[in-house]
Write a protein that binds this ligand. Structure first.
Ligand code: KIV
Ligand code: ZN
Length: 508
């Protein structure tokens, strides 16, 4: 697919007119500059005849626009509006006058109170007038014509097409086909778009402008592109009248994922969406595609497993994009509920910087699940608390009372096994060796496979300098059991790790 989509942004017109508090000039200018950075090829800057403020905004944005950007002003098909828009667009290198009239049978009859012939005549006269006036703005000046309510024109499509041919002959080079109110199937709309594309000369740019009344504006826009429409009218965060316009991020990503060359800086998307949400005072819904706080969260065990196995791959098991494509740094969020599993426990604890083995995650998962059943999603802090409790303080048949160094090679160990108290002196080549000798003498021989000692990162563990010992035992089934102990004193860390290990193996 070589045809590049042309992104015509309508945030500052359709989006702005729908806000409870429309943006002032300074705010519009700020968004305008962000849109330029984002890479849209055209910006509809406002409706100059609507108010003095809109006129001033279009004038200012036209003046500051880069040379390669189309800046457009909206005008009804009346001379007064067209004159105001032409005046406002004067300072721009590629000015575009955008005029429109409704052509659906319903709107012509009940809203415009005009016959189809009168509407056709109005459209032709408006475009001819606009063309003449725009000539005064230089060779790059353009005229765009929109069939308002095109989506409702299935019964009179032949009339619309015939009118558009005349509109093109009168000087419009861009024909926009809005789904002004999304009422029915996308396929019907896209088939109509395709018919217009086939009926008009190839050098005419066909545009679509889809509202999102039924939540299908993205699909309508994307499929219209594949049916022949090149100009895609979209807005940031989907701002626009009622349920909004087509969301530019969704269209951009859907096309990108379909192998289309999308000329936008996709990595700007996430930050831009937060900014627009802030400035429009319209929160991003939790489940909003791509940009919603929950859009990349996984809670079921199966999804978490797939997500984590494909975390660093460009294509993920349960996500449409890699988060970095749109500049998201929060990665795939793993939330723990009663539906989640060991993979989530493992990930949450290791992500927080704590050492955990898969074996430990498996062991503590039922306890974490039980806690989640009571409260719903469990904060990471609570999961970490459970990890500390269960991993560094394993309850079982054995209870350490004291361990002391009596000389270089002799140590004293006091402990309970169930209710029985033991007080043993033992020799050893270091504390671990001596402690295991004492246990052996008391009848509790253990098979040590390996051990390691670490200095704990006090920033993570938050308790000043501490030592951690990791002991690997082999149990009676020949399986390796990993146990940990931590303490300010290395000697105690060693013995605590041994007692955590023997308690684990005692099966409690
Ligand atoms: O939704 C619509 O039909 C419009 C036109 C003015 C293009 O916004
Ligand atoms: Zn609109």
């Amino acid at each position: 697919m070589t045809r590049q989509p042309f992104f015509y942004d309508i945030t500052l017109r359709d989006g702005n007119q729908s806000l409870k508090k429309p943006w002032n000039l300074k705010e519009k200018e700020f968004i305008f500059n962000k849109l330029v950075e984002f890479g849209v090829q055209a910006i509809e800057a406002g409706f100059p005849a609507a108010s003095e403020m809109d006129f001033e905004a279009v004038k200012r944005l036209a003046e500051i626009s880069p040379d390669n950007l189309v800046v457009s002003g909206l005008a009804r098909a009346v001379e007064k509006d067209i004159t105001a828009a032409v005046e406002a667009l004067k300072g721009c290198n590629i000015p575009r006058l955008h005029t429109f009239i409704a052509m659906s049978p319903f709107n012509m009859k009940y809203v415009l109170n005009k016959s189809p012939q009168e509407v056709r005549q109005t459209a032709i006269e408006a475009v001819s007038f606009a063309k003449e006036r725009m000539k005064t703005l230089g060779k790059n000046a353009q005229v765009q014509f929109s069939v308002e309510h095109f989506g409702d024109c299935s019964e009179n499509l032949d009339f619309v097409i015939d009118t558009l041919k005349e509109v093109v002959n009168s000087g419009a080079t861009i024909i926009n086909l809005p789904n002004t109110v999304e009422r029915t199937r996308i396929k019907t709309f896209v088939d109509m778009v395709e018919k217009v594309c086939n009926a008009l000369p190839k050098d005419i740019t066909i545009a679509v402008h889809c509202h999102n009344d039924l939540g299908m504006a993205t699909a309508a826009t994307v499929e219209s592109y594949f049916a022949g429409a090149t100009q895609l009218e979209c807005s940031l965060n989907g701002l626009g009248e009622r349920a909004g316009n087509t969301n530019i991020y969704e269209v951009a990503i859907a096309l990108h994922n379909s192998g289309v060359d999308v000329p936008l800086n996709l990595s700007d998307i996430y930050e831009l969406s937060l900014l627009v949400s802030d400035m429009s005072k319209i929160a991003i819904p939790e489940k909003a595609p791509l940009i919603g706080p929950e859009a990349l969260a996984h809670r079921s065990g199966i999804h978490q497993d797939g997500a984590l196995k494909t975390k660093d791959m460009e294509k993920g098991a349960y996500r449409p994009i890699h988060p970095t494509l749109i500049g998201r740094k929060d990665d795939e969020k793993i939330g723990f509920t009663s539906q989640s599993g060991k993979t989530a426990v493992y990930e949450i604890i290791s992500d927080a910087g704590y050492p955990i083995t898969v074996q430990e995650a498996v062991r503590i998962t039922p306890i974490v699940k039980e806690a989640a059943e009571k409260v719903g999603e469990l904060p990471a802090r609570n999961i970490i608390d459970i990890y500390f409790n269960e991993v560094f303080n394993v309850k079982g048949d054995f209870r350490l009372v004291a361990f002391e160094k009596l000389s270089e090679t002799v140590f004293n160990l006091k402990f309970f096994h169930k209710k029985e108290f033991f007080d043993m002196n033992a020799q050893g080549n270091g504390p671990i060796d001596a402690c295991l000798s004492a246990l052996k003498e008391a009848g509790f021989e253990q098979k040590l496979v390996d051990y390691e000692q670490y200095a704990l990162d006090s920033e993570i563990f938050g308790s000043g300098a501490e030592a951690m010992t990791v002991i690997h035992f082999e149990n009676i089934n020949g399986e390796t059991v990993v146990a940990r102990g931590k303490d300010k004193n290395t000697l105690n860390a060693n013995v605590k790790a041994i007692f955590n290990g023997i308690n684990l193996m005692s099966g409690k």
